[in-house]
Write a protein that binds this ligand. Structure first.
Ligand code: AMP
Length: 252
């Protein structure tokens, strides 16, 4: 398969890294990785660079949680948010219904980035069936890797702006004024599921349900593992290099 063309590429093309940058194109990617590896940040950088549609199931659930009064929630969504607050995976059926609802928003022929979905083999199989139906194939599955102690340190220090969603870290990326967003001036919050007691549950859910997905996608020849131990900018460079290799592979 050849690259699709130049539509939708954003970013600074005069950048000194242009040589290593992949050809302009529309990527269809899944981003895998344990909570806290920074795949959400990479997804945002990729979406900005390539103009791709970014679908984060975690963000969708959090948006429902923030925007609705508890009494307005359907019983299914209320249960989903209970799972989320406890650090557990939301049942497949609920996740698949949510994704189906938002899949309609993906512009035809555009690239997309799936962040936090799929999270189980059943979800991956459902995704595969849905893509096949639309004659769409994935280009790659990027698997961000980080040792467990570093993941726990990243998650427990993470703070988020409720308004612009910017993510800080109390040590690695602190705001100028403690606890306050640099851009919005509002108070930062810690996600319920980033509290130490919930992190353990989330990591167990990841090991049990999501780690097997790496084998699933490796067997399909789609998996690319990327070390996420550096800064977001360095990890992004590694991601672009990996995508360059995908383009080369597809062009032969
Ligand atoms: P995230 O921001 O991707 O870490 O997602 C936050 C939480 O949302 C997870 O801990 C789950 O409770 C729920 N969630 C998000 N995506 C999925 C998914 N694909 N399957 C099951 N639960 C999910």
């Amino acid at each position: 398969m050849k690259p699709d063309g130049a539509a939708g590429l954003k970013g600074d093309e005069t950048n000194s890294n242009t040589q290593t940058m992949p050809q302009p194109r529309q990527y269809r990617l899944v981003l895998l990785g344990a909570p806290g590896v920074g795949k959400g940040t990479q997804a945002e950088l990729l979406a900005e660079r390539f103009g791709a549609y970014h679908l984060s199931t975690g963000d969708l659930f959090r948006a429902v949680k923030m925007s609705k009064d508890e009494r307005e929630l359907t019983p299914t969504m209320a249960r989903a948010l209970e799972y989320m607050n406890a650090g557990k995976l939301v049942p497949d059926e609920t996740v698949l219904a949510l994704v189906a609802e938002h899949a309609k928003d993906v512009p035809r022929g555009k690239g997309f980035l799936l962040d936090g979905f799929p999270r189980t083999v059943a979800q991956a199989e459902a995704l595969e069936n849905a893509l096949e139906k639309h004659h769409v194939t994935l280009d790659a599955v990027l698997n961000y890797e980080l040792p467990l102690p570093e993941i726990v340190a990243r998650l427990s220090g993470r703070r988020t702006c409720p308004k612009c969603k910017r993510v800080y870290h109390i040590e690695a990326r602190p705001p100028k004024r403690e606890g306050i967003c640099d851009d919005c001036g509002v108070e930062l919050f810690q996600r319920d599921d980033d509290r130490p007691e919930t992190i353990r549950v989330r990591m167990e859910a990841y090991e049990k349900n999501t780690a097997p997905l790496t084998d699933f996608y490796r067997r399909k020849g789609l998996l690319i593992s990327i070390s996420a131990g550096a800064t977001p900018a360095v990890t992004f460079e590694r991601t672009l290099e990996a995508l360059g290799a995908v383009v080369e592979r597809q062009a032969v």
